[in-house]
Every structure is written in C-alpha cells, then in structure tokens.
Design a protein around this ligand. Structure first.
Ligand code: ADP
Ligand code: MG
Length: 706
C-alpha cells in the first residue's frame, strides 16, 4: 500500500498536469526532477498580504488585500509615453482605483465584471486613495494563492517566476490527488522523537513552509524541515557506517617487522623529514589498513601539506603485502602530477621498489616531459606487472580485473565512497578506501556531512614554505601594480594567473562569466602587449582545458587569464603571481583555494586582490584574508560571515548544498545527532517504511549530485 502512495510523490516532474514542456525544462534546470523535489523547493521569504480589507476601511500606506469586481477598465498613455492600465473595482462598501504600468496584456485578462483580488500598498494621490497592485489574481476560486495570505516568494530564474512556482506547489499540496499526496507526507519519525524535539507534524510542515497560516507556523515549519534534513543526512551516514563495519576486506594486510624496516627505509630516504601531522595521519591510516574492516577514511590537508607522501606510504605497505594500489585523480593532468610526485618519492629507496604506472585514456594530450613516464601498453599487461596504478576516475569505470587491489585512493572527489565502491565490490573486491581533499572544511561540517567517514587532518605545513605575500589593491593602485608585474615578468621570467570575477551568483559558470572573461582577456592583451597570454574558462572542453594548463606549465605563455574554474591541485612552479579581480565576490575559502595556485615552487609568490568595492565590510573581510594563510581558519570565518551555502562556491568541490538547514546551527546539529543516536538504539529502520523511503530519496539525490 505505502509503496503505491510513495510512487505519487516520486513521479517525474514531466507528469505534472497543465504544465508546459518549457516550464518543465526550467524546473529541471532547478534540479526539480520529481513532485517531491518541487515540494522541497522552499521559499526564502514571504510577502505579508494577509490583511484583507473592505474598501471603506483602507488606510494610506497600509499593505492590504482587496477583493472586488471590476467596474471599469481603461488603457491610457501618459504624456511622457508611459502605458497605464487603469481599473476600478468595487465591493459592497465602496470603489477604488487600481493603477498598473506597462502591462498591456492585463487589458485582455482583467475584463469588466470579473472578481479579482489585489494586494499592495495603498497610496494617496491628492485626496484619493489608490493602489498600484504588486500582485493580482482572479478570485473565483475558494482559495486565494497570491493574495490574502502570507505569500511565499521563491528563488526565480528567467522564464520561471515565483508566481508560477507558487501555483504549481499550491496545486500539488491542495488539489492534485490530495489524499495520496497527503499520505506521502505522513509522519515518518517516531512520535517519541517528534514530541521530545517539539516538532510539528510533517504534513503541516510542508503546508506551512509554503502557505503558512501564520508567521509562527512558518517558523515552526522551517524548524521541522531543517530537523528532517540534518536528521536524514546523519542517519543515512550512520547507516552506511554500520554497513561498512560489517564488511570484510578482500585482501588482508599484515605489517611485520620486515615491512616496518622497509617503511622506515622509505621514510629515511625521503628528501625531507615528515611533519608531525604527516606522521600522525600515517599512523591513523596504518592502523586502519591492518584491520579486517575496510578503511573508509577522509584525509584533509591544504594544498602542499604533503598528502601525497602519506598516500605513497599507504601504497608502499600495500605493495609489501603483495597487493596493488589504485590512485585516482579527477583529471588527467592531476593524475600525471601524482605519478610524477610518487615516482620521485620512490626514487631513492633502493632496496625494494614498487612498479608504478600511469594510465591515461587519451594519449592525444601531449604530456609534460616527465623523464620516467612510460604509459602502459595494455591494461591486462599492467594488472600483472604494476604495483601502483595511477589514473583518473575512469580507471574503475570499465570492467577490469582488480583481484589484487588492496587499496584505493581517491583525490578530490568527496563522497566518492558509496557509488564507486559498490562498483568495485561488484567486481569482486573490497579494498581499503582513502579519500583525499585540499578543500578546507570546518570540522563540525565535516562531521555532519561525512559522518560515515573517519576523518584525518594534516594541519601543519612543511617547514620553510614561503607564505604567499598577499596585498589588497585599491582602484588607484591598479596601474602601478600592472607595471610592477611587467617588470617581474621581464626580469625573472615569472608567470601570472589573472582570475576574473564570478559574474553571476549562480554556482556554475554561466555564459555571462565567460563573456566577461573574454572581454577582460582582450583588455589585458593590450595592457600586456609584449607578453604571451592564454585564456581558460569553463565552457571549453575538458581536454582543451587540460591542454591549456599543460601549455602554461610548459611556459608556452606568460599570463593565464582564467575564470575561477582553474584547476585545483595543478602545480605550476614558475607561476608566482596571482591577480584576483573582483575579490569581494569570492568567499574566503575560495580565495584561499585560488591563492593556492601560486607559491608552489621555491620562489616568493604574490597574490593581489583587486576590488572595485569601497564597502567597509568587504574591506575587513579581505583584510582578514590578507593576514591569514590558514585554510581551515578562513573556512571557519567564512562560515561565520557568509553561511555555509557560500563556502566553496562551486558544486564540483563536492560540497553538499543543504536546502533548508544551516550548518552553522550547531544547536540543531547537536539536537539531530542525539535524535539519530536515540533512533538507532531504539528502532529498526526496516520497520519504519516512510523513513526508509526518505533515506533512499536522500541517498539517491546525494549520489546523483556528486
Ligand atoms: P598535497 O597535500 O597538496 O598533495 P604534496 O603531497 O603534493 O601536497 O606535497 C607538496 C610538495 O611538498 C611535494 O613536492 C612534496 O615532495 C613536498 N613535501 C611533502 N612533505 C614534505 C615535508 N614534510 N617537508 C618538506 N617537503 C614536503
Ligand atoms: Mg595533491
């Protein structure tokens, strides 16, 4: 029975009645794929049109809703050419004038005799009270949707207005197959939990977040849905963790004294000393991979903090146990870089060395001239003869034989675990899994979002790193700064990144941003006419993007003008200068990620923040950035100032976008965490069918979005 009912709410959005294909397309653009997604598209504020007044009672400056019959409709053009739609409406108590501007289509819609409801502010024109309505609707239904209530306002996109979204949601909640929708929104939490946490029931929460009966209820609805969101995230992680704990590794590891000697030899032969943080994290990983339960660890560490060495140690122990390691990076260029770094690390330990290979799917990209790079000829050949296999995530996309794989390391793809590990398991292996990232994520957030993972943090940089000298450059100093850069380019053959600003608030790169970058590129070409410039943006094919990075690395040009897509993690040692245009538009953590593109070599590096904004708030924020080099701190500050939605800027960083809960709401995080603990110790998920369905929904969305 319940399965049928849940199917309604999970119906594809295409099935929504009375909705044009164009609207469907736009809804899908907002990632609304099902009815349930639509119900989870929440308003960000409400217009208060709840005061309904009769015409004789209205007061100037009051925001009201008035219902009446149209008694007159007139189209006028003012002396200055303004097109005015003039109406008169009447109720039992009086008559009033409505004035609309530049909406000629209203003349067709609002005919004499029609009952309408309008809302807006009452104004005094001379002695006369009139209204320039903010919104109108035809009032021949029992419900008012856009007037006469607290009216929800939704984030809109071009071609899809808040009004349309409101209508669709109203329809779903109150008209469409009412009983079946309602039964889908039945309470899914045990009453012990809802009562203890003072939560309103699920159905009222959905009704009141969209069409609140009062401001208090809107607030209660928000609290309830935020609770749901954090509860489901954490419960689902805990369930994954529980399942994981039941697993057994396919290939069991040991670490005898023989192994330890080799590991020690490896460490002693490194060209540097491991930092304390590296040693600690290696200890955590080592103890994990000696267990029979597969490791599922998330390693955070800033760019340059030395994650690769730790990964190499894990690969080495894997090799000493007679197994293979797979190391996967999001792009070919990063895979090549890993290959380069790891090969170098193993160069010195002469006693016993793993064989390392790089698999690149497209050999068309000219690679850097790494002397040791010997691409493998065929995969089968490689399976038998290599110990550390490095490539992109495509490595495990194809069906291949992985019986000897004991360790999988994934770089910069958070939440890689669930889906890809299932793929590996389908191929018969259950390896240890290490996920690495340079994205600074505050600890509370990491614990909430990645609860199924064990966390490790390299919170210390190797000694002797030169911090990137960072400066705030006001408008008047821009020219001088360009001159200084030119002299650096000529005297030291340095290379420069110029990052163009985000044009749209939108998370992904839009055409508008690309256009702006292209224009900036033309301007800069004139300013730096004696140098070679390249342009990188998100609308290029990924192969072309990589080629540009490679060309820049090979110093085929001096200046790379780029949108913020510029690859995380690619080391261009000779690039020592970065300009960030429109710096005020970036979050601190994102600025830090960008700044991490320079300072990769031994030379002193510089980062210049250009801004047109004179606002003190921005200035203070950027000053904090100028003075701080610690990514974790910057991320925390960001969280404090801008809220979590803005921390990482782009989705590709794997950051989960919460719909309604705030990750800065530590009280709610704690509350939901206790609720999850309580739930796990008192209930069985299998017995809570609706809850189970919610978890599945949640997991499907998470996997799909990552
Ligand atoms: P990331 O954490 O960004 O992956 P890498 O592992 O690539 O950083 O390390 C960056 C550089 O720092 C490499 O050239 C590496 O050899 C070097 N390195 C790593 N650990 C140390 C250390 N403890 N002392 C000095 N240099 C180190
Ligand atoms: Mg790295």
């Amino acid at each position: 029975m319940f399965i049928m009912e849940n199917e309604v709410i999970n119906s594809p959005i295409e099935k929504l009645p009375n909705t044009s294909p164009l609207t469907i397309r736009r809804l899908k653009f907002l990632e609304i794929k099902t009815y349930f997604d639509l119900l989870n598209y929440f308003p960000f504020r409400y217009e208060d049109y709840s005061l309904i007044s009769s015409i004789n009672r209205i007061q100037p400056a009051e925001t009201v809703t008035i219902k009446g019959k149209i008694t007159e409709a007139k189209f006028q053009i003012s002396k200055r050419g303004l097109r005015i739609q003039n109406f008169k409406i009447a109720d039992e108590t009086g008559m009033m004038q409505l004035i609309f501007y530049n909406q000629p289509y209203l003349m067709r819609l609002l005919k004499k005799g029609l009952s309408i409801s309008v809302a807006g502010e009452v104004k005094l024109f001379g002695q006369k009270m009139v209204m320039e309505p903010k919104i109108y609707e035809i009032a021949n239904r029992d419900h008012l949707i856009h007037t006469g209530r607290l009216v929800p306002v939704y984030p809109e996109i071009r071609g899809l207005s808040s009004r349309t979204i409101r209508e669709k949601i109203f329809y779903l909640l109150y008209h469409f197959d009412y009983d079946r929708i309602q039964s889908c929104l039945e309470e899914f939490l045990p009453s012990k939990i809802t009562i203890y946490n003072n939560l309103i029931d699920e159905l009222s929460a959905y009704q009141n977040i969209h069409f609140p009966k009062s401001k208090e209820l809107a607030q209660k609805a928000r609290e309830r849905l935020a609770f749901d969101e954090l509860f489901l995230i954490q419960l689902s992680s805990q369930l994954v963790k529980k399942e994981w704990k039941k697993e057994k590794v396919g290939n069991r590891f040991t670490a005898g004294s023989g192994h330890d000697r080799y590991l020690q030899d490896f460490v002693e032969n490194l060209p540097f000393k491991l930092t304390r943080a590296q040693k600690r994290v290696w200890g955590e990983i080592r103890s994990d991979i000696l267990k029979t339960t597969p490791m599922n660890r998330f390693l955070q560490g800033e760019v340059g903090s030395g994650k690769t060495v730790v990964a190499a140690l894990a690969c080495y122990l894997t090799y000493l146990n007679g197994y293979q390691s797979l190391l996967m990076a999001p792009t070919q260029i990063l895979a090549q870089q890993h290959y380069h770094t790891i090969t170098n690390l193993f160069k010195k330990s002469e006693i016993i060395n793993p064989k390392i290979t790089l698999i690149t799917s497209s050999q068309k990209i000219s690679s850097f001239q790494f002397p040791t790079s010997k691409p493998a000829s065929s995969f089968q050949h490689l399976v038998s003869s290599f110990d550390i296999i490095i490539g992109t995530h495509a490595l495990i996309a194809k069906k291949r034989s992985f019986e000897k794989v004991g360790l999988v390391i994934v770089d910069e793809q958070h939440r890689f675990g669930v889906a890809q590990r299932a793929a590996l398991k389908n191929q018969g292996i259950n390896p240890h899994l290490l996920t690495m990232t340079a994205t600074p994520i505050p600890r509370t957030i990491a614990l909430t979002l990645y609860g199924e993972l064990d966390l490790s943090l390299i919170d210390e940089m190797p000694v002797g790193r030169l911090p990137v000298k960072t400066f705030f450059v006001s408008k008047s100093k821009r020219h001088a700064c360009y001159q200084w850069i030119k002299s650096q380019l000529s005297s030291f053959k340095s290379q420069v990144f110029i990052v163009c600003p985000l044009i749209d608030e939108s998370q992904s790169e839009t055409m508008k941003s690309v256009k702006a970058a292209k224009k900036e590129f033309q301007t800069l070409k004139k300013i730096f006419s004696e140098f070679r410039l390249g342009l990188l943006h998100g609308q290029l094919k990924s192969k072309d993007k990589e080629q540009i990075m490679i060309d820049f690395k090979n110093h085929l040009f001096d200046i790379l003008v780029t949108t913020p897509v510029v690859e995380v993690g690619v080391d261009i040692e000779n690039a020592t200068i970065m300009i960030i245009e429109g710096a005020e538009r970036f979050g601190l953590a994102q600025l830090h990620q960008l700044r991490g593109r320079v300072g990769r070599g031994k030379k002193q590096s510089y980062c210049f923040l250009f801004t047109e904004s004179e606002e003190l708030k921005n200035r203070q924020r950027l000053d904090f950035f100028v003075k701080n080099q610690d990514g974790q701190r910057l991320a925390e500050k960001d969280l404090e100032i801008r809220g979590p939605g803005n921390i990482y800027g782009t989705k590709q960083h794997g950051y989960l976008n919460l719909k309604i809960a705030s990750l800065t709401d530590f009280q709610l995080i704690n509350k939901t965490r206790s609720a999850v603990d309580y739930f796990l110790s008192h209930y069985k998920t299998d017995q809570c069918k609706l809850l189970n369905q919610r978890i599945k929904n949640y997991q499907v969305n998470t996997v799909a979005n990552n």
